[in-house]
Ligand binder design. Structure first.
Ligand code: MTE
Length: 327
């Protein structure tokens, strides 16, 4: 296993492999912006004097603690260290707020007050849940999951939330329901990331699962991370976490969940089905059309900022839970 020290810019490899960035690059849309803004963009972990941006970043992470949350003994065994909150909170994908990893500041424009999640479609008990009611209705627990982005970087994150299957039980899907579509927050005046204005992109961000995938023990709705409410850059106030799939399957800031009888169109799969398949299970044996998926850059926290190169595992290491879904 090699430990690769990197320069202050995390853009070096990212520019080579970020699929979405490359996608936009191909169209020469973000050219210049990427090279200008990512270089030197990562705020140092510590230092004698804090910069204004470090203080601002830390403020985004100081969310209210969620009381009474226990760590799940079954779903917290990961053989890698948990990624530091300050790293995870400044290295994000949230294209509604920009086309680089550095969207944590822009994402603070997301309005999360009075958040509602509509659950509808082929269910016997359709309901629009207030986020506070959701958090009270379903007992919350902490789960430590591996997180593997299709761009071949990874982290380990301690999510707080509840299993998706609890919501399935509550809304009682009809027998015709085969798929579920998850839709993210969208408002053209607020989600003004550079890519957002490109009319041909299939906004709002949408993702989908087979209903059996959603019912799997691992499938999770996160309302928190690191023991507190989700910061906006991580997809407040509620997002999907599907740890055996690439990270793009985990739609952020969900406003609508629909039970359907057909496979729904999803954001990245609509943009390029060859690069982002609907299933999107982590698979080291299946290269992305433009890079290998055999290894991943694990965001480590050594003395300086560094990447650990690790082997990627089938289903991101969760085969015992999910392989039977794809037999
Ligand atoms: N959800 C929305 N609404 N918009 C996005 O751009 N990016 C996806 C996923 N969910 C994305 C999204 C991708 S590509 C990844 S890797 C993860 O969010 C990143 O989650 P994180 O920023 O919390 O690490």
């Amino acid at each position: 296993m090699s430990l690769i020290r990197i320069r202050p810019s995390w853009a070096i490899s990212e520019n080579k492999i970020t699929p979405e960035t490359v996608y936009f690059n191909r169209r020469r849309l973000l050219k210049g912006m990427i090279s200008a803004s990512i270089a030197g963009s990562l705020i140092p972990l510590s230092g004698c004097q804090k910069s204004a941006s470090q203080t601002a970043l830390e403020a985004t992470l100081q969310q209210p603690k969620i009381p009474g949350v226990k760590t799940s003994p079954e779903f917290s065994q990961v053989d890698r260290p948990i990624t530091k909150a300050i790293l995870a909170g400044q290295y994000n994908n949230f294209y509604e707020f920009g086309g680089t990893k550095k969207i944590w500041l822009n994402a603070q424009n997301l309005p999360t007050e009075n958040w509602k999640v509509e659950v509808t479609g082929l269910v016997n008990n359709p309901k629009t849940y207030d986020i506070d009611d959701l958090k009270k209705k379903f007992p919350l627990e902490e789960r430590v999951y591996r997180f593997r982005c299709v761009e071949a970087w990874s982290m380990v994150l301690p999510w707080v939330g509840f299993p998706m299957k609890k919501l399935i039980e509550a809304v009682d899907p009809k027998s015709e329901a085969k798929y579920v579509r998850f839709t993210s927050f969208y408002d053209k005046d607020i989600t003004t990331g550079p890519a957002f204005h490109l009319g041909y992109l299939p906004w709002p961000y949408k993702e989908g699962l087979r209903i059996e995938e959603m019912a799997n023990d691992l499938a999770f709705f996160a309302v928190g991370i690191y023991g507190h409410d989700l910061p906006k850059q991580h997809g407040a106030p509620i997002r999907m976490v599907i740890p055996w799939k690439y990270g793009f399957k985990g739609a952020k800031s969900i406003v609508k969940i629909e039970f359907l009888n057909e496979q729904p169109a999803t954001y990245w799969n609509t943009i390029d089905p060859n690069e982002y398949d609907f299933e999107a299970n982590v698979n080291p044996a299946k290269p992305h059309p433009r890079w290998s998926q055999a290894t991943e850059k694990f965001i480590s926290t050594g003395p300086g900022l560094s990447w650990d190169i690790k082997e990627t595992l089938p289903y991101n290491g969760y085969g015992e839970y999910v392989a039977s879904l794809y037999a």
